[in-house]
Design a binder for this molecule. Sequence first.
Ligand SMILES: [Zn+2]
Length: 316
Amino acid sequence: MKRLSALFLALLLLTGLCGCGAAEDAGEEKTEHSGLRVVTTIFPAYDFTRVICGERGEVTLLVPPGAETHSFEPTPQDLRRIESCDLLVGNGGESEAWLDTLLDGAEGGFRTLRMLSCVDALEEEEKEGMQDLHEAEGDGPEYDEHVWTSPRNAAAICRAICAELCALDGEGAESYRANCERYCAELEKLDAAFRETVEKGRLRTLVFADRFPVRYFVEEYGLDYYAAFPGCADDAEPSARTVAFLIDRVREQRIPAVLYIEYSDQKMADVVCEDTRCGKCLFHSCHTVSAADLAEGATYLKLMWSNVESVREALG
Ligand SMILES: [Zn+2]
């Protein structure tokens, strides 16, 4: 271990990469891990960061598992946790407006990374047949914030997280990079599985009898979609017209299964299923997992692999 870090330090000096924050006091006194403290706001940020960080730091999740992230209210303890951390990994965007307010008053020299700024942000779309729930607010574009639903975006986010960790803890860079590349290889397998599933599918259209927080996903794989509501809006009662529209699409394209989102009451999906005799499958957006799921070892990769199966069924 010591030999490795000495070698790494030598490499840094040779290549003049000292800007990577290789601690001036690297070596002697730092026998234990650097103990980086990373605070993450939502599950995908938490899951990616804990994989890349490995044993070298402590990664915590700010928004409690199962809690509604869009209406989260940070406590004074949350502010203290953030102020004493080295790195804050958030998502950015409308649902994390609370974070900007909190950061305005925050002290401490921590760095901040927002997942939304790691990728090309896409606006939510007003798709034919969708019920608009944003009428009341309606100023400026609404971005879809669920950027991680594309595995390629997830890889870009992971590399950005890795770069932050390397900048904070140069001694650990080799380990962070190895963890990151291993994980990105898994993301590539996942991406290939989605591509193959879409290629082999009879259909090119997904029907979400639910909200639609996966614009990045359908864009990535060139899929068309119909859905009841844009984004991750709170549960709203769909109008009879919205449900009828989805039922017509299912009939017209002989859709074998509609999709619903995690924590949905599935009422709308049930109505469509009853009427058309199609099936229903869960598409987990990975935005939030429950405390129980987390305790049972839920990961982005596991949830997304079950999405591969759902998409396979939905595309016929
Ligand atoms: Zn969401």
